[in-house]
Design a protein around this ligand. Structure first.
Ligand code: A2P
Length: 342
């Protein structure tokens, strides 16, 4: 019989937190008891889990006691403060924020790529950036076969990547436009997001890239275990509610034909090829929303560079890009029998 675990979701009321609760239920994670934690604002709310109403409680240090696994998605400041408190209680923390990702002692894990980085001692585990996760799921089999030297990627990222407030902003601006009312000013985003495209996600850094773009560079190298892989990203916010799309271009050491790439991706875990352009079959954010796979299409050999290959990758940023990947990490901890405090 499988053991059952006390699981906490920190930031349970948020866009990702709600999906974490749904993923624990739909993937039948062996939960003995579920602790839903958020800010004081949410005290009094209830959320459904396996048909039961569970009270949302205020996050305090006392709530860390007795928890085996905590899934965090309440922002980097909360993670910085609370992940060590939970870890000290011998709890595995799977953190969706950027707080711990580049910490050398913290594994940054996408189970299809580097679950070997997990260990019993490393209690804080980082869930990568949403755009990075779906990209490395597709890069991994190609890298193993032909060694990727260079990646150039442009993203088309949905507003849910900015949390519930981002979704509200797109909805309110779109509703106002449809009713011919004054469009509410931008607040979560830098510019109006409805009917627009914004080539800025997060703040700009000294090298002219944004923080989100440098996350893609640095996190991809760490997860793939290849510090020399050149990665250049342009991250763009688009008026889509769910799922991030990416136009990915790679240069490999060994020539990969489109046929090779298709064969490798077809066999890769977590990937579904959806690539029949003549039939208008290519992944889109709408078709990928609420689904767990990373969809790849438009696979073709690049005409500008001899060993270049280009393709289009779409996945639900709240699922594989966040909640699903976190729950898969938890499943991997069980699978590897790393949780000993039962
Ligand atoms: P709350 O709903 O009580 O504000 P999103 O990513 O969709 O913006 O959600 C952020 C999540 O982080 C929410 O669950 C939010 O709870 C939670 N959160 C924000 N600030 C705190 C805090 N100080 N303590 C605990 N949870 C917090």
């Amino acid at each position: 019989m499988s053991k059952n675990y006390t699981v906490a979701v920190v930031g349970a009321t948020g866009a990702v937190g709600q999906e974490m609760v749904k993923m624990l239920e739909s993937r039948k994670f062996p939960v003995k008891s579920l602790r839903l934690l958020a800010s004081e604002r949410s005290v009094g709310k209830k959320m459904k889990f396996n048909g039961q109403d569970i009270d949302v409680l205020k996050l305090t240090p006392e709530q860390a006691k007795g928890v085996d696994i905590a899934l965090f998605s309440a922002g980097a400041a909360i993670s910085k403060e609370y992940a060590p408190i939970f870890a000290k209680e011998n709890c595995f923390v799977i953190d969706n924020s950027s707080a711990w990702r580049m910490d050398e002692s913290v594994p940054l894990v996408v189970p299809e790529v580097n679950s070997q980085a997990l260990s019993q001692e490393k209690k804080i585990i980082a869930n990568p950036n949403c755009s990075t996760i779906q990209m490395v799921v597709a890069l991994k089999p190609l890298h193993d076969a032909a060694r990727i030297k260079r990646v150039i990627v442009a993203t088309y990222q949905s507003v849910s990547g900015a949390g519930g407030h981002g979704m509200d902003e797109l909805e309110q601006q779109s509703r106002a436009w449809a009713k011919n009312e004054t469009i509410p000013p931008a607040s979560t985003f830098q510019q109006q997001i409805a009917f627009n495209v914004i080539p800025q996600i997060d703040v700009f850094l000294d090298n002219g890239y944004t923080k989100e773009e440098m996350k893609m560079t640095n996190e991809t190298r760490k997860i793939m275990g290849d510090a020399g892989m050149a990665v250049s990203a342009t991250c763009v916010r688009v008026p889509v509610f769910r799922s991030h799309s990416e136009s990915v271009w790679i240069e490999t050491e060994k020539k990969l034909t489109a046929v090779d790439a298709r064969r490798l991706l077809a066999a890769a875990p977590g990937v579904e090829i959806y690539d029949s352009p003549a039939d208008k079959k290519y992944p889109t954010p709408l078709m990928a929303a609420n689904r767990q796979m990373t969809f790849v299409g438009r696979i073709r050999e690049d005409i500008a560079i001899e060993k270049g290959l280009t393709f289009w990758v779409v996945s639900d940023n709240l699922l594989k890009g966040a909640a699903l990947n976190a729950v898969q990490i938890a499943e991997e901890l069980l699978h590897r029998d790393l949780i000993k405090n039962q």
